[in-house]
Design a protein around this ligand. Sequence first.
Ligand code: SF4
Length: 205
Amino acid sequence: MNVARILFPVKVLGPGNRIGIWVCGCPRRCSGCSNPELWEQRSEYEITISKLKELIRRIAATQKVDGFTITGGEPMAQPQELAELMDYLKTVSTDILVYTGYKYDELCQHGSGFIEEILRSAAVLIDGQYIEEMNTNVILRGSENQNIIILNSEYKAYYENYLETTHNQIQNFTTVDGVVSVGIHRKDFASEIGSCINEGGKGNG
Ligand code: SF4
């Protein structure tokens, strides 16, 4: 699987202390995308599912993991690998939030068994392409055309409460690739901050 980064604890892309997984590769090329460095897959980001599981197992062995946020890049561009990974993630936490540039209806009509598995495993899907003109700082979404779809009804009240009581925040991580700024960024963030920092936002949409 092509994965650019795994960060913990991510506190700004869903409730609690989450493991954030940024997949690499996206065919969409949205104008104003927060993570253009993740458009092309890179050989150095290739990692086996078993190694990914081991990394996550090690984090979860010593830390309380409240959930996962999977973004990118486009997670649905690697459906077989993602479906397999999510099977494992559910053993740690079933609170799995997935960002995608596709619409939920498009995914339902896709006909891929792996996409169906992903939708069954996800607790929450945030769908739709990022449209820069519609970036109005709505909670958890890069642009207001996107939808927060709670797929696992067990999480309905939990997420509704979270969405009502929180606001967008930014969290910076120091990584081997430099500082990665995580969260929902306003649309001029990248030009204001220049190239000294990787935006590393929610990535999708
Ligand atoms: S905003 Fe999302 S869907 Fe659009 S190019 Fe960036 S990663 Fe891809």
